[in-house]
Ligand binder design. Structure first.
Ligand SMILES: Cc1cc2nc3c(=O)[nH]c(=O)nc-3n(C[C@H](O)[C@H](O)[C@H](O)COP(=O)(O)OP(=O)(O)OC[C@H]3O[C@@H](n4cnc5c(N)ncnc54)[C@H](O)[C@@H]3O)c2cc1C
Length: 440
């Protein structure tokens, strides 16, 4: 790609990864982002009511997210994240029954065995049945898993001896936050990919990582600096209005000529700007995420992260422990995946409801709620429904020199930062291949 002019449309993680990769291959890169900042679906902002910097949604990455971790390393911002040395996640129900999932010092996949054997949210009989289902998943292999894309994971689980309680109290602890829906609405192939990649393949695969600062600090300025250093540039605050293999047009009438164009846009936008590149609407659908931030005058949660199985709270993060912000009180971020019901609830009501739920779960009787904030994204991720794999296009399009990236393309991953980064790399490698470049 040395000397080639590459335009990347869309400054989310897919576009950033594509731009950084193309620059690393010697291309002259222009990254165009409609909004004033880079980061796409993973950004932070100052909440106007509280004045606090919050993320558009709590993001975590796992040890298996190697491409995302490498991108942050390349951007010089990996130091703004932390990761558990080994997975430890505490799970409980409203009644106080407790389970812990821990990655022990044993070769994968045995590393999860000891904590799973004691996982208190399943009865001994349920644990035996779940272990059998896990063994069946491992035995399928990638091709066997992929063949189950049109099947709902919940259906597969039931056919393999799992009852509703086990699905809620074990399987959905993993599937709901990673795929952004419950097993009954998730492709079995996608769910099994997550379980295999995260829990079975390597000991560190499920270690949880998070940003120690607002998400925008990880990518916005670092990506601008890196691209500038490599002779590229970022055009932000301008939308691409049309794109072809020879370049893109911007909303101010500017034309940017290119030898290849990477469209790292949401699917609807990609189709709107370059119908020839995406002739068929992938019709993936969407799944929402809601976050509720609660600032208490004192600590109420005694660990960095807690999952709750039978409560609308789902996952709680101690932002004060993670970022230091909110001390001496405590800032909790509640992350609600597939939050279809919560999307329609007015924000003050939702905050009040979640405060009540937190008080039922934690020793917070005397704690004073000092402030709250709610973020909602109806289009947080594509819907991970059965049949999703067949609808996700590859980087290559019918138009030579015009390639696709985005978490919704055919990465095999659910809608994650890792999927986005991988898609950006795949798009650049496809463009390089088409240009007869060194990555062919
Ligand atoms: C609330 C929430 C919580 C999440 N939690 C997690 C998590 O814990 N872990 C995880 O891994 N993932 C999580 N995700 C998913 C993850 O953030 C996304 O999958 C990923 O960031 C998507 O990146 P992308 O580059 O593919 O798309 P996007 O981020 O959507 O990027 C597309 C970019 O294109 C820009 N654009 C649109 N139209 C134009 C145009 N015409 N011209 C120029 N630019 C344009 C957009 O402004 C945007 O910046 C979460 C998402 C949300 C919303």
């Amino acid at each position: 790609m040395r000397g080639a002019r590459i335009v990347v449309a869309g400054g989310g993680l897919a576009g950033i990864a594509a731009a950084v990769e193309a620059a690393g291959l010697g291309a002259r890169v222009t990254l165009v982002e409609r909004r004033p900042f880079l980061g796409g679906k993973a950004f932070s902002f100052t909440d106007p009511r509280t004045g606090a910097e919050i993320d558009n949604g709590q993001h975590v990455h796992l040890g298996c997210c190697t491409a995302y971790i490498s991108l942050l390393d390349r951007l010089g911002s990996i130091g703004l994240t932390a990761m558990q040395p080994a997975l430890r996640v505490d799970v409980r129900d409203r009644a106080g029954t407790h389970g812990v999932l821990i990655a022990r010092r044993l070769p994968a996949p045995l590393h999860m065995g000891p904590s799973f054997a004691r996982y208190g949210l399943l009865s001994p009989a349920e644990r035996v049945r779940a272990a059998r289902a896990l063994t069946a998943i491992a035995a399928l292999g990638p091709a066997g898993r992929d063949a189950l894309d049109h099947v709902a994971f919940g259906e597969w689980l039931r056919a393999h001896g799992q009852r509703d309680a086990a699905i809620e109290r074990f399987w959905d602890v993993v599937i709901l936050p990673t795929c952004n829906d419950r097993s009954d609405r998730v492709s079995a192939a996608l769910a099994m990919f997550v379980i295999t990649e995260g829990l079975m393949r390597t000991r560190g695969g499920a270690s949880i990582g998070w940003a120690l600062a607002g998400l925008s600090h990880l990518v916005d300025a670092p990506a601008r600096r890196l691209l500038q250093r490599e002779g590229g540039r970022v055009v932000s605050g301008h939308a691409v209005t049309s794109a072809d293999a020879g370049g893109v047009d911007l909303d101010d009438g500017t034309r940017l000529e290119a030898d290849a164009v990477v469209l790292a846009l949401p699917p609807g936008r990609a189709r709107a700007v370059a119908p020839g590149a995406l002739p068929v609407d992938p019709a993936l659908g969407e799944s929402p995420i809601v976050n509720v931030h609660l600032w208490y005058d004192r600590p109420v949660l005694d660990r960095a992260v807690l999952a709750v199985v039978d409560s609308p709270v789902q996952w709680m993060f101690d932002r004060t422990a993670i970022t230091g912000e909110g001390a001496p009180g405590q800032h909790l971020a509640l992350s609600l995946s597939a939050a279809r019901a919560e999307m329609g609830v007015p924000r003050p009501e939702l905050a009040e409801h979640m405060d009540r739920e937190v008080r039922k779960l934690l020793p917070a009787r005397n704690a004073v709620l000092q402030a709250w904030a709610v973020t909602k994204d109806a289009r947080a991720t594509f819907a991970p429904s059965p049949g999703q794999a067949a609808r996700r296009p590859a980087a290559r399009t019918p138009v030579q020199g015009l390639v696709l990236a985005g978490t919704w393309t055919a990465t095999g991953w659910p809608a994650t930062m890792e999927g986005a980064v991988r898609s950006g790399l795949a798009a650049v490698h496809e463009a390089a291949r088409q240009m007869g470049g060194e990555r062919a």
